[in-house]
Design a protein. Structure first.
Length: 282
């Protein structure tokens, strides 16, 4: 699995057995809106950012070519920091076994989408500042990236009201456990730590309970892995306040919602309660 490998190859997420490892490739949502649009073009070698780069609610439209999966990772630098801190930030994270919480000294992960080939979109709420846009689907040890500036808007747009909000906290998820295919859903990190919002799909509720119990007990086996019939992500790792709003188009069925980030001593957040069963209906 290549996603995030460059930044936390030794993290708890990759310590999960291959039977339950995330592909994070199931999302292909499109959030149509009249918001100002930021465009992100990913081809595995470069990241090109364009569009209306102003603060407030925006539609982030990502186009992926020449790679099986892209990922738009937007990192806002703290005021006063310059792009030159990027190598230092990577070094700091890698020195702590890939713990993305060590990025806090440099800035915040405000948006992290999973993007299949072609064009997809999601909504974000960006404040003015300097940003790093990075393709976390790239193969390189340090993937393609570029910096851009979001200017303050005199009249920032507001996000359209979502049908549901799913939030990450320490250590769990809040929000409805039943979602509907085609509805606008907001995913937000309300915790103090970096969290992700990803899923495994299973055939039925009985299998979901087995998987959830195994994740909580940190006992993932090949037998448990065989119960998984799909993997994907709503949102990748985001810092406190990070937000992604999108139209979900996952297949109706039973899912186990998860966060595979890890504590400083290597304990997966799933083993601390960040797993629960949700349903997606038509």
């Amino acid at each position: 699995m290549k996603r995030f490998r460059w930044l936390f190859a030794a993290s708890g997420m990759l310590a999960v057995t291959s039977a339950a490892a995330l592909a994070a490739s199931g999302a292909s949502a499109t959030a149509a809106s009249t918001l100002p649009t930021i465009t992100v073009a990913l081809n595995g070698k470069t990241v090109v950012v364009g569009g209306t780069l102003t603060s407030g609610a925006v539609n982030v439209v990502t186009t992926v070519t020449h790679e099986q999966q892209g990922g738009t990772f937007l990192f806002r630098l703290n005021p006063g920091e310059s792009p030159s801190v990027f190598p230092q930030a990577v070094k700091e994270v890698n020195a702590h076994q890939g713990d993305l919480n060590y990025l806090e000294s440099f800035g915040s992960i405000v948006f992290d989408s999973v993007n299949p080939p072609g064009t997809s979109s999601a909504q974000a709420n960006l404040s003015a500042g300097t940003y790093l846009a990075l393709d976390v689907g790239g193969d390189a040890n340090v993937p393609p990236h570029s910096f851009f500036t979001v200017a303050p808007s005199a009249a920032p747009a507001a996000l359209p009201k979502a049908k549901a909000t799913l939030a990450s906290i320490e250590f769990g998820f809040t929000g409805p456990t039943t979602l509907h295919d085609g509805e606008l859903v907001q995913f937000v990190n309300n915790g103090f730590l970096v969290h992700m919002d990803v899923w495994n799909r299973v055939k039925n509720m009985a299998d979901a309970k087995v998987v959830a119990k195994a994740l909580l007990a940190n006992k993932i086996t090949k037998k448990v892995g065989k119960l998984l019939i799909g993997q994907g992500g709503f949102a990748g790792p985001m810092s406190r306040g990070g937000l992604l709003q999108t139209v979900i188009n996952e297949k109706p069925g039973i899912y186990v919602q998860e966060c595979f980030m890890a504590t400083e001593n290597g304990v997966s957040h799933t083993a601390l309660g960040m797993e629960r069963i949700i349903k997606i209906k038509k």
